[in-house]
Design a protein around this ligand. Structure first.
Ligand code: ADP
Length: 579
């Protein structure tokens, strides 16, 4: 047992700590506050404490637990709201009131609740880590697969009959050598260690979001990582809600780290109110919220992203596609900076620790589509969408720069577009996706063989528009040749009739991939036929008068059942008027 010698905010130094390990969980002071050893020097340890350290004094005891900071994995995680070290906020609030008391230990998983367990193995079966021994309906829409924990393999000696069990009750006994291992529905996992897998797969399947600008122009792959800057009023919240609701991930883990308290309140109020469009149930039935406000201790904020990603990996291992939304990673990096300066480490750029880049990389590298442990080899994925909030919108600052080096997708939310009420306000000239080429074969096979060609054609038009706009500013549009004025008209249509998408419109809120393709195809067909008609001498004014232009402007709202026919009619109309 050690003794506190120094306290600086959430950082505590203790001596007499010989025998403890780095990243070991410790109990600090008489109140037994939760802490983690982050530096060891002979027998003195630096400890980051996950609770307020007010009132703590030198001389108080520090005890090691022998365990690293871990999360408890098991049924009941979904629908929960946790803090950064997996303390269940709602339960703590019920027990201790609005202001969290210190030193309280509440299990992250309800230990009294009985779950329906259905075994899938029998006595005598050979099992290894990752194998599924049975299933538990965890929520109305997600089935929890009870897996053999890492490190256990052998023969099943006994398995529980179908029935109701608490998460700590014995479900299976495995004879492993001379030892008999007991398996329950829960297992522990250290948050800073990625859960092992058999193989990482190439990110070649797109994560479908139903948002046209994302799917068509800047796709995220399942198991990929994207960065999204979070300037105020640019539509970050709406975009995140749209992704949570519509992206084809089964599980959503939302990590809110260190935004101002009232913003986190909005998240806690709004997110659980969202409906899952696929099942009609609350979105929380397949989500977990991890909430850290800036008035919670900074160390808990530092841990929260690891807690989030570990929970995602747990569901990934069951074979689910999961998506982690971290908002914002800038606040997380600021927590690192604060801790590092308390440790009196040599500061790097703008005071951030020198290990900022490697920490960000470690986090984003836990994204991936993988084959899980176990004999059957399930495929699951963790995708990460990290919001960054650079102070003053300056993308040259270290957190944004280091994030952009790692993530392969950047969705640039743009204040000018938001001011013009162009939503989603994602800038098509500055955003990018390095997954485009990798997901193209899938899109060409599953949706349309011309998917890539169509995307490239539209992108070229938008880029030409931005070049022409400079000329227009100097000499006015009338100085341009008709062919180029036609291009400006077409690019306006791509922007307004394709890229703009209203999150609050019943039909437009989600656009399936085949529909996205056809919408763009109509506009490009008009371009092709109109250019031909121009070259044959038809005046541009005759083209821009055509009724089809109005029809295209309204195509977003065509109900699903009429869409195919109406689009085919539109293509026919273009050909008959211009062809
Ligand atoms: P932020 O979280 O970046 O401060 P919000 O997400 O709250 O901004 O968006 C601000 C406003 O912009 C919303 O209230 C809404 O009116 C509008 N908006 C943003 N995105 C969309 C969208 N995709 N469709 C329609 N309106 C949007």
């Amino acid at each position: 047992m050690g003794k506190i010698i120094r306290i600086a905010g959430s950082l505590v130094e203790a001596d007499g700590m010989r025998g403890t390990k780095i990243y070991e969980l410790v109990k600090v002071g008489k109140e037994q506050l939760l802490g983690e050893i982050i530096r060891l020097n002979r027998d003195s340890a630096s400890i980051q404490v996950y609770e307020e350290t007010d009132g703590l004094s030198p001389g108080e005891p520090v005890t090691g637990t022998g365990q690293p900071l871990s999360v408890e994995l098991g049924p009941g995680i979904l629908t929960s709201i946790y803090d950064g070290v997996q303390r269940p906020l709602e339960i703590i609030q019920k027990e201790t009131g609005h202001f969290m008391a210190r030193g309280v230990t509440v299990s992250p998983i309800d230990k009294k609740k009985k779950w329906d367990f259905k075994p899938l193995i029998k006595k005598g079966d050979a099992v290894e880590a990752g194998d599924i021994i049975g299933e538990i309906p965890e929520t109305k829409i997600i089935t929890n697969k009870v897996m053999i924990p890492y490190g256990i393999s052998g023969k099943v000696e006994w398995v529980a009959k179908a029935g109701k069990y608490t998460s700590d009750e014995l479900l299976c006994k495995v004879k492993s050598g001379s030892k008999v291992e007991k398996v329950t529905a829960t297992q522990m996992w250290p948050i800073r260690k990625p859960r092992p897998t058999i193989e990482k797969l190439a990110p070649e399947i797109p994560m479908v979001t139903g948002q046209r600008i994302l799917d068509m122009f800047f796709p995220l792959a399942k198991g990929g990582a994207a960065a999204i800057p979070g300037g105020f009023g640019t539509g970050k919240t709406v975009t995140q809600h749209q992704l949570a609701k519509w992206c084809d991930a089964d599980i959503i883990i939302y990590v809110g780290c260190g935004e101002r308290g009232n913003e986190m309140c909005d998240v806690l109020r709004e997110f659980p109110a969202l409906k899952d469009p696929k099942s009609g149930e609350s979105l929380m039935e397949r989500s977990v919220l991890i909430a850290n406000t800036s008035n919670m201790p900074v160390a808990a904020r530092e841990a929260s992203v690891y807690t989030g990603i570990t929970l995602a990996e747990y569901y990934r291992d069951m074979g689910y596609d999961t998506s982690v939304m971290a908002d914002s990673t800038s606040r997380w990096a600021e927590a690192m900076r604060e801790i590092s300066s308390r440790l009196e480490e040599m500061p790097g750029e703008e005071g951030y620790p020198a290990h900022l880049a490697s920490r960000l990389a470690e986090f984003y590298e836990r994204a991936g589509r993988v084959i899980s442990l176990g004999k059957e080899g399930r495929t699951g994925s963790v995708s990460i969408i990290g919001a960054v909030s650079p102070p003053g919108g300056d993308f040259s600052e270290p957190v944004t720069q280091n994030t952009l080096k790692i993530t392969r997708v950047f969705w640039a939310l743009d204040t000018t577009l938001a001011d013009r009420r162009h939503f989603p306000a994602i800038n098509w000239l500055t955003s990018y996706s390095l997954y485009s080429d990798q997901v193209s074969p899938w899109l060409e096979k599953e949706i349309n063989k011309d998917w890539t060609k169509t995307r490239v054609e539209a992108m070229v038009i938008l880029q030409k528009e931005s070049e022409l706009k400079e000329i227009v500013q100097l000499v006015g549009p009338d100085a341009l040749p008709e062919k180029e004025r036609l291009l400006l008209e077409i690019s306006r249509m791509i922007r307004e009739d394709f890229l703009q998408q209203n999150a609050f419109h019943d039909v437009d809120t989600f656009c399936p991939l085949p529909r996205q393709y056809k919408m763009l195809k109509v506009i490009l067909t008009l371009h092709e036929k109109a250019a031909l008609a121009l070259s044959k001498g038809m005046p541009l004014t005759d083209i821009t008068k055509l009724e089809i232009i109005d029809k295209i402007a309204r195509m977003k709202e065509i109900p699903k059942k009429d869409f195919e026919k109406r689009i085919d009619d539109m293509i026919k109309e273009i050909t008959s008027k211009l062809g």
